[in-house]
Design a protein around this ligand. Structure first.
Ligand SMILES: [Zn+2]
Length: 84
């Protein structure tokens, strides 16, 4: 069982499969202490769409220096739906 942390997201992000607004972002890249991290602090996070049940994974497209992380937007992340 993975330990997860929660991700705070300050932008509207739509499910690439059905267009529903995504919420409840989580990550396995954090300390695993069920803390809430800003999405810019991690390279990977994900959300399960409440409408179509797709898992949407977000992964940072290009590596960034720590000082540049605050400039990241959700568009800096590759969005991929994963079928299980
Ligand atoms: Zn969806």
């Amino acid at each position: 069982m993975y330990k997860i942390d929660h991700i705070s997201m300050d932008a509207d992000v739509e499910c690439p499969v059905c267009g529903e607004k995504l919420g409840n972002f989580e990550t396995k890249n954090g300390p695993g202490a069920r803390v809430t991290l800003d999405f810019r602090e991690v390279d990977n996070f994900y959300s399960r769409c409440t409408k179509c049940n797709s898992i949407i994974e977000f992964s940072l497209k290009n590596p960034v220096e720590a000082d540049d992380r605050k400039k990241l937007t959700v568009d800096s992340y590759q969005k991929k739906s994963v079928i299980y």
